[in-house]
Design a protein around this ligand. Structure first.
Ligand code: UT7
Length: 322
């Protein structure tokens, strides 16, 4: 399997750290030094499905395929206004696609899970061209009176088209139950039989715990996938990591003893856009011509669950007609 098209879309509204100090006991210096984040884009006028469609259309267009050529659509999403139908069903026909579609919730590692599943479909010839879209609006499940969580996230969407080819070398996905460290709970309707009063709980996160789990798990993933493929950190040209916190990325980089230039970031501009973060990064770098042809990329992400995913791929340059 290989990536042949990319796209991304961000909300118009840009929120600077200073703009949060009007209603949160926080500061630009705390947010930048502890996370690296300077601004984030938040949904205001647009809807998440509009962002998903824009990013997916750009990915299809850059792939050189027609929407009718897509034979499977996978949408990675943690939560949106609709519980049903799925986000993938909502965007399918507006995109001009006519194929099976499904959503998956792999939290911030959802893109890596989607790639792993797409590879299984493609290598068994169940599908040839798969569109993967990650569209996330974490701003809608934070408590905006809580400085511990709300400053970290941004909304956005990213997409890739994958097809048969020799790009991906290997995948590693893991899962473990750690419900308490990160959760967002939505209330369900009550029934005459089950009268347990349910309450929606905005995102609850034990930041320090997640930080430690993330660094530990990503290092394990990266070390394992490198070793399994007889590679060392030096063999990787670029590490595209989940954009959650610059200090998490730095800890992984320091463990690997690799230079900063190999770890491009954009969390400074967008915050943590959950499973869309690596996709937005790939799209930006690729469109700017910053991913050399035939370079080796290592992708790695972690998310609530606790789930993680990593992949190694050889990059084939994509031509964009602007
Ligand atoms: O995709 C997965 C999503 N989650 C993550 O990636 C989160 C991973 N964790 C982190 O990124 C970091 O743990 C945080 C950025 C969330 C927090 O950074 P930290 O260096 O671990 O800070 P801390 O939680 O240890 O808190 C240090 C202090 C506390 O005050 P006291 O107890 O020392 O007086 C917090 O109350 O910083 C305080 N604090 C803040 N101060 C200003 C927490 N949030 C803020 C804030 N502004 N926004």
């Amino acid at each position: 399997m290989k990536i042949i098209g990319t796209g991304s879309a961000l909300p118009e509204k840009v929120v600077y750290n200073d703009m949060l100090t009007g209603f949160l006991d926080t500061s630009d210096s705390w947010i930048t030094t502890r996370t690296g984040i300077q601004t984030r884009h938040l949904l205001s006028k647009e809807t998440l499905s509009e962002l998903a469609i824009t990013s997916a259309s750009a990915a299809i267009q850059s792939s050189g395929l027609q929407p009718s050529d897509i034979d499977y659509l996978i949408c990675s999403n943690v939560a949106n206004s609709y519980v049903t139908p799925s986000l993938s069903s909502i965007i399918l026909s507006p995109l001009g696609c006519c194929c099976p579609c499904t959503d998956l919730n792999g939290a911030c590692a959802g893109f890596l899970y989607a790639l792993d599943i797409a590879d299984a479909f493609i290598s068994t010839h169940r599908a040839k061209n798969i569109l993967i879209v990650a569209a996330e609006e974490p701003s809608r499940f934070c408590n905006w009176h809580e400085r511990e969580t709300s400053v970290l996230f941004g909304d956005g969407a990213g997409a890739v088209v994958v097809t048969e080819g020799n790009g991906f070398v290997d995948f590693r996905v893991t899962a473990d139950t750690h419900t308490d460290v990160l959760y967002y709970k939505r209330s369900l309707e009550t029934t005459p039989y089950d009268r347990v009063e349910e309450k929606t709980m905005p995102l609850v996160m034990q930041g320090r715990e997640v930080f430690k789990l993330a660094v530990r798990a990503c290092i394990k993933d990266v070390d394992t996938i490198l070793e399994k493929n007889n590679l060392t950190g030096d063999d990787i040209d670029m590490y595209l990591l989940h954009q959650a916190n610059l200090r998490i990325i730095d800890s992984i980089r320091e463990h690997l003893g690799q230079p900063k230039e190999k770890f491009p970031t954009n969390l400074q501009k967008y915050g943590n856009t959950s499973s869309a973060s690596i996709l937005i990064l790939i799209d930006e770098l690729s469109r700017e011509g910053l991913i050399p042809d035939q370079s080796t990329l290592l992708l790695s992400a972690f998310g609530g669950g606790f789930v993680t995913g990593a992949a190694i791929t050889k990059w084939s340059k994509i031509e964009y007609n602007s």
